[in-house]
Write a protein that binds this ligand. Sequence first.
Ligand SMILES: C[S@@+](CC[C@H](N)C(=O)[O-])C[C@H]1O[C@@H](n2cnc3c(N)ncnc32)[C@H](O)[C@@H]1O
Length: 189
Amino acid sequence: MISINSIVAASHHFVRQYFRPGGVGIDATAGNGHDTLFLAELAGEQGLVHAFDIQPVALERTKALLESRGLLGRVRLHLADHVDVAKLVAPPVQAVMFNLGYLPGSNKEVKTAPANTIAALAASLSLLAPGGIISVVTYSGHPGGEEEEKQVSDWVRGLDSRLYTAVRYSLENKPNNPPKLWLIQKSNG
Ligand SMILES: C[S@@+](CC[C@H](N)C(=O)[O-])C[C@H]1O[C@@H](n2cnc3c(N)ncnc32)[C@H](O)[C@@H]1O
């Protein structure tokens, strides 16, 4: 059972429904590696997870976490900007996860940036398999975060409803700018 007041748990809950063993997944913001680990567990022995981050420290933490769980063999680490995701990963991809903002416990100035994030989301969409899903966790509480969340919202709302289902999941009565979850699923048709 998931706690409905955790946005990250909610992202895992929804992604789990569509990312099956043997699938290819992408963690577009590896950070401390928790989403990479989540995807690697689901991917199974035949699956593959691509983890992106622009900070070496993030990939080192991700590598250490996956190694400690014996799952590093299912993961390709990319020290690269997620805007280049379609240059480095071949379609089809069943799940792409974004957890925006900065790396907890690190330099808060190194963070995702609105226009780049939208370009990376568009590139991710081009890789998605029918029925595949993108999850995006946004944070409006840090400088620049509100603008990024707004741009994600505008982009999501502009998607063709015949091709994609777009959903927002938010904590309506929680104070202090709680994060939001956005889900985009490509239709099967
Ligand atoms: C909130 S953290 C991600 C947390 C991570 N999902 C976890 O489970 O620990 C955001 C990460 O995005 C990374 N990042 C920022 N801009 C990026 C970009 N353009 N491409 C790839 N990663 C980026 C940061 O370095 C940071 O590690």
